[in-house]
Ligand binder design. Structure first.
Ligand code: IMP
Ligand code: MG
Length: 179
């Protein structure tokens, strides 16, 4: 039987085990180390969801870099509301820098599209996107997703930083909701 967990009112089933996540993190880190050599990038991690991916990814980055955090979220429950909250944490020090946006998941793309626009407004040099998960069928943005760890179907996922109404972020494996 597939392993199941319950968070609040919903049951989720095991989807991707941590060893597969780790392999994906290794792949993304290797590509970033290779292509960002000499660029002194700032890794800009999007809270809350990316905290676990960001920690595991950054431990594998071996080039000189800075790490910073922003907060911005479009989700309420298991449906994207499309409504974006205010962006907190961007500052002038990013001007003229190479920025790597670190995301847990790219779904509709609203979040990265908004962040991308704000980074252009403060005149950063270059923007790259690294996400653990990508839902290619849900993504409606035009910005290229440069580094995607794992492509997944358009389903609601929890674990490894991703939450259902605040719960499930601490799980080391990924679980999916079957409705
Ligand atoms: P987007 O703006 O629609 O691309 O969604 C981006 C944000 O919504 C992500 O950074 C997540 O925090 C959250 N999100 C998107 N899909 C899921 C999911 O399947 N489970 C949990 N959170 C999600
Ligand atoms: Mg997020």
């Amino acid at each position: 039987m597939t392993k199941e967990i319950k968070l609040l009112d919903k049951v989720f089933e095991l989807f991707i085990k941590n060893e597969t996540i780790e392999a994906a993190v290794n792949k993304v880190a290797k590509n970033l180390n290779h292509s960002l050599k000499g660029r002194n990038p700032v890794f800009l991690c999007v809270l809350n969801g990316s905290f676990m991916f960001a920690a595991d990814l950054l431990k594998r980055i071996d080039i000189p870099c800075e790490v910073s955090f922003v907060k911005l979220n479009s989700y309420s429950g298991t449906e994207s509301t499309g409504k974006l909250k205010k962006l907190i944490g961007l500052n002038e020090s990013l001007k003229s820098r190479t920025i790597v946006i670190v995301e847990d998941i790219v779904d509709s793309g609203n979040t990265i599209t908004k962040l991308h626009k704000e980074l252009i407004d403060i005149q950063v040099e270059k923007i790259l996107i690294a996400t653990l998960l990508l839902k290619p069928n849900a993504y409606s943005g035009t910005i290229p997703i440069n580094y995607a760890g794992i492509e997944i179907p358009d389903e609601f996922i929890v674990g490894y930083g991703l939450d259902y109404n605040g719960y499930g972020r601490n799980l080391t494996d990924l679980y999916r909701y079957n409705n």
